[in-house]
Write a protein that binds this ligand. Structure first.
Ligand code: NDP
Length: 254
């Protein structure tokens, strides 16, 4: 269907080499986009590229450390050199430090805020002129249930994920005139490397998530293929500044 067609479109996904990022990359590739997965881990990236190319599209890896502003700008530039344009940016790279707030160091705080929030600003700024040149674009920020709820062991994470939704709304307002739509996805609890560690560190987490999720399961990265295509495609051209939960009903359960 034309409204979901991403042929001739180029997507850049931070942390697209695994987890939720790769789930979204697979959706975009299946809809026809050329995909640039950007991250640090080359081994993960090679396996991601094989999966993406098997879907029939073009895919490349670009090295990126989102903690460095210069790396964000260089990686976006490299993507444009590889494919000639940039239409879709997914700000997905993320990390966390699990400690009570009184035990956090300034280094912990900056690691999480810089990885999860500041990087999205750097990459969006880097992508902007290319999207303007292309006549428009789509930016998708990855939030969290902690964009809405709080947790005593995830203070910087919750602050960053609240911030990334406000960043999406602000960019949406600023860049609507350029035909750039900016939205956020709020994942529920998804089975990835990030949460595998959490399940080991936080006793009872697995069962609590299952009990609270009406869909009665953890999500998996493939659950993000559809929403990524929707927010990257012409189908969502009049949707901007929205934050959409993909959580099996977690956020509407009392
Ligand atoms: P993963 O750990 O699988 O993915 C995190 C990704 O971020 C990795 O691909 C990693 O790439 C990348 N990344 C981290 N730091 C950097 C850095 N400095 N430079 C470049 N890339 C970096 O976890 P998820 O797939 O679960 O997480 C993806 C996003 O989804 C995150 O923003 C996370 O907060 C969010 N999320 C996840 C939820 C879940 O339940 N899993 C729930 C809500 C939100 P590399 O390996 O190359 O370092």
């Amino acid at each position: 269907m034309a409204i979901f067609n991403l042929q001739e479109r180029v997507a850049f996904i931070t942390g697209g080499n695994g987890g939720i990022g790769l789930g979204m990359a697979k959706g975009l590739a299946a809809a026809g986009a050329s995909v640039v997965v950007a991250g640090r881990n080359k081994t993960k990236a090679q396996s991601a590229l094989s999966e993406l190319r098997s879907l029939g599209g073009e895919a490349e890896f670009v090295e990126l450390d989102v903690l460095q502003e210069s790396s964000c700008h260089q990686a976006v530039q490299r993507a444009v050199e590889l494919f000639g344009r940039l239409d879709i940016l997914v700000n997905n790279a993320g990390t966390t430090v699990r400690k009570q707030p009184q035990d956090l160091t300034a280094k912990d705080w900056h690691l999480v805020l810089d990885t999860n929030l500041t990087s999205a600003f750097y990459c969006s700024q880097a992508a902007y002129p290319h999207m303007v040149r292309a006549g428009g674009g789509k930016i998708i920020n990855i939030g969290s249930m902690m964009s809405v709820f709080a947790s005593s062991y995830a203070t910087p994470y919750a602050a960053s994920k609240g911030g990334i939704v406000q960043l999406a709304k602000s960019l949406a307002v600023a860049w609507a005139k350029d035909n750039i739509q900016v939205n956020a996805i709020l994942p529920g609890w998804i089975d990835t490397e990030l949460t595998r560690n959490a399940r080991e560190q936080v006793q009872g987490l697995h069962e609590r998530v299952l009990a609270r999720t009406p869909a009665q399961r953890w999500g998996n990265p493939d659950d993000f293929a559809g929403i990524a295509v929707f927010l990257a495609a012409p189908a969502s051209n009049f949707i901007t500044g929205a934050a959409i939960a993909v959580d099996g009903g977690y956020s509407v359960q009392t």
